[in-house]
Structures are given as structure tokens and as C-alpha cells.
Write a protein that binds this ligand. Structure first.
Ligand SMILES: [Fe+2]
Length: 345
């Protein structure tokens, strides 16, 4: 489906005015909370929605639990947190695409087919360690998703790495299901991304760009796929791990296998340059929602992808408040997204 803001109802618009990004904590979803290579026999403490989650391996098996494995069972956990969140004890856990995915929700509904499809990563292995990394943000996960869903911000905030706003044509298309938002941007003769000129052997001054951000709303997972002609494909897996109401953690994998040397080694460094630039914007924004100001953000109604994201998150919250945790048939997370990302063109 394709939409514009004008097609949305007035009820939907009021949702956007009242928007507070960190109020809702979605359930029945797989969260890729750690790189698989970071988890070994020693319990590693992670945080999801302000609750601890310990990860470790024992006898070749992966474990995820609210409790540290060395703490006796009768002393584990706190009554308060268990009452507020039924996500207690041991969690369903699996490993895929080089990540440890933990199920947040009713364990009886944990189903491996609900893991989002990431077609450019190996299903059962991790890419080399230099293509993976972690960046921390001073904002909740939905703010980082919103930031990412507006691909045009890169022309201003990240121009030094990804190229400025010049292009002969710039077309935005927004597609969605009941659980996903996809922003597709087509640019003709856009200023070449400096990183490709410096290290990728691209001599041209301009390049055509087809950039896609595909967001799984419930899990705060984003797939970024950019095709640069001339140039290379930029493939980034971008999960925004919701650590708390004002922190999130990006455990990225940047697939640079098709890039020439030395770009293959330099490209995975870009999240460490680009991430802090984003944090300058989203960090102060996050704290603004805690203040009683009537207008907490400068939301633009022309931001179709952002508006759709807010709407879908609110719809999922309403369904879950009413006890409905199912994924609608239009939005199976394991749906093949290769064509949507532009991988098959
Ligand atoms: Fe950014």
C-alpha cells in the first residue's frame, strides 16, 4: 500500500499531535539484543525496557533469563518487576543472522517464524567482527527509528560521509503493512557519497541512489539497503534495542563484503561517525517529551513515513491493550523482502 498524509484521517492526525514515543512497550516480539559472538559461558547482562536480561551459553545451548545463572532460584527476581511485567524467568531465545534474539511476550506464542527476514545476512552465521559494532544513543528506540525513517536528513546531518542534498530528481515513496513501514528514496544525479569517492574508487561527481529503510515497528528493527550507481550496495542491519525510556543500543551489522579494499574495512566504521551526529539531534529531543510543553516536537505532516510509523505503533498499542497480540496476515515478519529492498532489480 502507498499513502500520503492527506489520505489519513483526522483521528490519525490527533494521534500524531499527542505523540510521546516512549510510552508503549510492545510485546510478543523477537528482539536482537546482542551479537552472537559477544555471548559465551560467562553471563552477559543486557537491558530491555529497563529490565535485566542475562545471556550465556552452557553445554552448547544459548540461555536468556531475567536472573543471573549463579543466583539461587529462591532469591532471584523481584516481586515488583514481575508484577509489572510478566516477562520473567527464562526467555525463549534463538540465534539467527549472527544475533541473539530474545522473545519478549508470552513464551507460548514464541515462534521462530516471527523473526524478521534479513535477506542480505547469512541465516546461520555472523559476518566478520569488523563488520559488526555497537553505538549507544540517549533516546528511546522509536525516536531513533523515526530519525532513520527520514532518509533525507542524511543530506544535512551526514553530508560529509554520505553526500549533500544536490540531485536532479528526488522521489520518496512510502509503503506499509500493519507492522512495517518502508521508505524508498530515488535520487538522480545526486552528489556522490564522499566515502565512495575517497575509498571506493568512484570517480564520478554524481551517482543515482535508491535507498530503502524497512522498519519492523514491533521489534524496532530496521533494514537499510542503498544501491549507488556508479558505486556499491550499502547493506546495514540496524536493530534499535530498547534499553529504557531514554536509552537505546544499536548493534549493527554492515555487510561490506562486496566493497573493494580498503572500503570493505572503512565502511563499517561509518556508524561510529554517523551515530553520534544523530545523537546530537535525538538526545535532546528525547528529554523534551518529559517536559509539560504543549508542543514537544516540530513534527512535519509532510513526513509520510514518520507519520505512518507513529500511527502503526499506536495501533499496535491499542490492539495489545485490548489483549490482541497476533500479527495480521499482511505483516508476517518473515515475509521475503528482497524485492522491496531492491535486491532483485
Ligand atoms: Fe542519521
Amino acid at each position: 500500500m502507498t499513502t500520503t498524509f492527506d489520505e489519513m484521517s483526522s483521528a490519525q492526525r490527533s494521534i500524531e499531535r499527542d505523540w510521546v514515543p516512549n510510552r508503549f512497550e510492545p510485546r510478543d516480539t523477537w528482539l536482537p539484543i546482542a551479537h552472537g559472538r559477544d555471548i559465551d559461558a560467562f553471563a552477559s547482562r543486557r537491558q530491555v525496557y529497563s529490565a535485566p536480561c542475562f545471556l550465556w551459553r552452557a553445554k552448547g545451548k544459548l540461555h536468556a533469563s531475567r536472573r543471573h545463572p549463579d543466583v539461587p532460584a529462591h532469591r532471584r527476581g523481584s516481586a515488583r518487576s514481575e508484577r509489572e511485567d510478566s516477562w520473567t524467568g527464562d526467555y525463549p531465545v534463538l540465534e539467527r543472522y549472527g544475533y541473539v534474539w530474545v522473545w519478549r511476550g508470552d513464551p507460548n506464542r514464541a515462534d521462530a517464524s516471527l523473526v524478521p527476514d534479513v535477506p542480505y545476512l547469512p541465516f546461520d552465521a555472523a559476518l566478520p567482527a569488523y563488520m559488526q559494532g555497537t553505538v549507544r544513543f540517549d533516546c528511546c528506540a522509536p525516536l531513533l527509528i523515526e530519525n532513520l525513517l527520514d532518509l533525507t536528513h542524511a543530506d544535512f546531518l551526514h553530508a560529509g560521509v554520505l553526500g549533500d542534498a544536490h540531485s536532479d530528481e528526488d522521489r520518496i515513496d512510502v509503503q506499509y503493512t500493519s507492522e512495517t513501514v518502508t521508505m524508498i528514496r530515488h535520487c538522480k544525479n545526486k552528489s556522490v557519497a564522499p566515502i565512495m569517492r575517497w575509498f571506493g574508487g568512484v570517480q564520478a561527481k554524481y551517482q543515482d541512489v535508491r535507498a530503502v529503510i524497512h522498519v519492523h515497528v514491533r521489534s524496532a528493527v530496521a533494514l537499510a539497503y542503498g544501491r549507488y550507481t556508479p558505486g556499491i550496495d550499502l547493506k546495514l542491519f540496524h536493530p534499535c534495542v530498547p534499553e529504557s525510556r531514554d536509552r537505546c543500543r544499536l548493534n549493527f551489522t554492515l555487510d561490506a563484503r562486496s566493497a573493494p579494499f580498503p572500503l570493505r574495512y572503512l565502511m563499517p566504521i561509518t556508524p561510529y561517525i554517523v551515530g553520534p551526529q544523530d545523537n546530537v539531534m535525538v538526545g535532546p529531543q528525547n528529554s523534551r517529551y518529559a517536559r509539560p510543553d504543549p508542543r514537544r516536537d516540530l513534527f512535519s505532516r509532510f513526513d509520510g513515513a514518520g507519520a505512518r510509523y507513529r500511527f502503526l505503533l499506536q495501533q499496535i498499542a491499542r490492539r495489545q491493550d485490548a489483549g490482541d497480540f497476533a500479527y495480521a496476515p499482511d505483516a508476517r515478519p518473515d515475509r521475503d523482502v528482497r524485492a522491496l529492498l531492491g535486491m532483485t532489480e
